[in-house]
Design a protein around this ligand. Structure first.
Ligand code: SF4
Length: 428
């Protein structure tokens, strides 16, 4: 099936064989893929387990088991070799791999008559913008799209705009273009771009659109975007520029940041009653926010919660990364609707914007774990790779509890405060 694609042309990517995805992701395979891998007849000489030991039964009853590729004790996929390469790819070619491995780090989302493409920033090469342009990758992307985009995707409904409002696809894409235009504003920091977008989306959340469509809708969006620019001309004159987030926001935010920071893979997940008890104890400590932060991954050390509230600054080199991150997610519709737990566009952007302070909080944790008091671009890049691993994929982020957390922070007007608080420097 020929699929018309919208590519994220501001992003470059090629795989650099770091093996990160082969350690971080649990790869679910179909019955057909399992048979194909069994027929490849892997032996111990290949450096892999053999037969059924290549797979893990992770869901489904005994008569309809669902399998994943097995992981070694060190967390790596059983097919990852010492050079960081996939053994299936090396021996039988790219097309012999499970589809989930071939798709990564791309994500495909229906957008009316087209399909829009996003990328996952859990891949360090995506974060670093390393590799070929999307035009150079376009033949590969088209081939993958043919395998993953379902027939009849054009009939999929657009995401709701707010809890009460839904418009047709062309108008939905006008909202998306308007968000992208605010994020593309030159010469202002990403913190201000996010706050302006949140400001005018708040007006969208209260508006009705049954009589506003096409050109009139675009004019309305231009008008409220201009109101946001006038209301928030720069970072210094924002009403919440120096305000510390409230105690309630602090609790909600730490729990949210902990969910972004945790390791949630087949290899890293705690299981059974002991695992659940450990998670409960860790959640209690995050809610309390005193003492030491429980180390959720090997990258972190236990450091005092209080340390992470100090001003660590914001590396200006990261402005480009953050603008690119948000624009790729927005252009790729990777924040609402079918790609994001069926959440309306306004709420989806509020949720997406919270990944910014959450990532900076995680970056502070990485820096403090290495006895530093300022952030480096490397801290921010690693933290984004950790946080985006979950975005739109961990079932936790679509739960009522997580959504309520985002709504509470939004209704209390705390998201802009959190954005300011975690970008401040020692002189603020
Ligand atoms: S994480 Fe990215 S660069 Fe590393 S192996 Fe996977 S796709 Fe390649």
């Amino acid at each position: 099936m020929a699929v018309s694609l919208t590519l994220p042309t501001i992003q470059n990517w090629s795989c650099h064989n770091c093996g990160g995805c082969c350690r971080q992701h649990a790869i679910e395979i179909t019955a057909e893929e399992r048979q194909r891998i069994l027929s490849q007849a892997w032996t111990e000489q290949d450096g892999t387990p053999t037969g059924n030991a290549l797979f893990e039964w992770h869901a489904g009853p005994p008569w309809a088991k669902r399998y994943r590729l097995a992981h070694r004790d060190d967390g790596a996929c059983v097919f990852l070799n010492e050079q960081g390469l996939c053994r299936i790819h090396a021996k039988f070619g790219e097309s012999a791999k499970p589809l989930a491995c071939r798709v990564y780090p791309y994500a495909f989302h229906p957008a009316g008559k087209k399909v829009t493409v996003s990328l996952r920033f859990s891949c360090p090469s995506v974060v670093a913008n390393r590799g070929r342009t999307m035009s150079q990758n376009s033949d590969d992307i088209r081939q993958i799209a043919r395998a993953v985009v379902p027939d009849g995707f054009e009939k999929m409904p657009p995401p709701q705009i707010s809890v009460r409002e839904r418009v047709d696809w062309p108008d939905t894409l006008r909202f998306v273009d308007a968000i992208d235009a605010t994020l593309a504003t030159p010469c202002i920091p990403i913190s201000l771009k996010l706050q302006r977008t949140l400001f005018w989306l708040n007006l969208v959340d209260q508006a009705r659109f049954e009589k506003l469509s096409g050109t009139r809708l675009r004019e309305f969006l231009d008008l409220i975007r201009q109101a946001a620019d006038d209301e928030l001309p720069d970072v210094i004159h924002q009403p919440d520029a120096d305000a510390k987030p409230s105690a309630i926001a602090g609790v909600q935010f730490r729990l949210l940041a902990a969910q972004y920071a945790r390791k949630d893979t087949a290899a890293g997940r705690s299981s059974g009653w002991r695992g659940r008890w450990n998670l409960f104890r860790a959640a209690t400590r995050f809610a309390r926010g005193s003492g030491n932060v429980p180390a959720l991954q090997t990258s972190f050390r236990e450091v005092p919660f209080e340390t992470l509230e100090q001003p660590f600054g914001f590396p200006s080199e990261c402005e480009e990364l953050w603008t690119r991150y948000f624009r790729v997610k927005v252009q790729g519709l990777h924040f609402c609707g079918a790609a994001y737990y069926d959440i309306p566009l306004v709420e989806g952007f509020q949720s997406l914007s919270l990944i910014f302070p959450a990532t900076l909080w995680i970056a502070r944790w990485l820096a403090a774990s290495r006895d530093r008091k300022t952030l480096t671009p490397e801290d921010v890049a690693q933290a984004l790779s950790i946080a985006d691993h979950h975005h739109g994929y961990s079932p936790l982020f679509g739960t009522i509890g997580f959504r309520q957390r985002v709504r509470t922070l939004s209704q209390l007007g705390e998201i802009p405060k959190l954005i300011n608080w975690y970008t401040r420097t020692a002189t603020d």
